[in-house]
Design a protein around this ligand. Sequence first.
Ligand SMILES: C[S@@+](CC[C@H](N)C(=O)[O-])C[C@H]1O[C@@H](n2cnc3c(N)ncnc32)[C@H](O)[C@@H]1O
Length: 202
Amino acid sequence: MSSIAAKSRQSDSWFSSDLQFDLLYPESIQRLASMHWTPLHVARMAAEFLATGEGVRILDIGSGVGKFCLSAAYYKPASFFDGVEQRSSLIGHAEAARAILGLSNVAFIHGNFTQLDFKKYTHFYFYNSFFENLDGTDKIDDSIEYSPGLYNYYSNYLYKEFEKMPVGTRIVTYCSWGDEIPPAYSVVQSELDGLLRFYIKN
Ligand SMILES: C[S@@+](CC[C@H](N)C(=O)[O-])C[C@H]1O[C@@H](n2cnc3c(N)ncnc32)[C@H](O)[C@@H]1O
């Protein structure tokens, strides 16, 4: 077997199940998976919709430990996936997993999504990233300040960025109430009893 085939076979095994994929991370991160990281079958459906052609660049707004970006990059090697994440420790875990998987069509940016130029991106993925700010919700850790005011601020900010995007822009939301989606976007597909929604801007 050639070394390229051997490498691809090695990487394939990480994607055989969520349990297997989550072993890329330490136990403290694995424990958060069911509540905070995108399952592989969801990432696969979202990537299928967002990766519309060669040269497409997709942003995961709040990329956590990179599970969406890494699996989408694996399923769609002709597209590029960026993740922006406010917690530097999670960026570290995402980078470590990327190195093990040997994927080159994915990158992680440490910072707040409000610092990014959305015009650099074609389509977007959003797993209800601001939810932690609401009272009584599960938190990833206690390293940041939470407040319902921040939930509203970020949701409004994202709404305005999405409003400025051109016709044809695609968004996939997972477990989101849709507060951040302007009316110019239509739901064109819905899966998992509405938990996963696919939008296109008219
Ligand atoms: C529910 S997790 C989803 C992680 C990843 N998208 C996935 O699907 O596996 C949401 C992430 O968004 C991050 N986040 C929340 N607000 C953010 C902001 N304003 N800028 C950047 N990241 C943010 C959180 O730190 C958290 O890691």
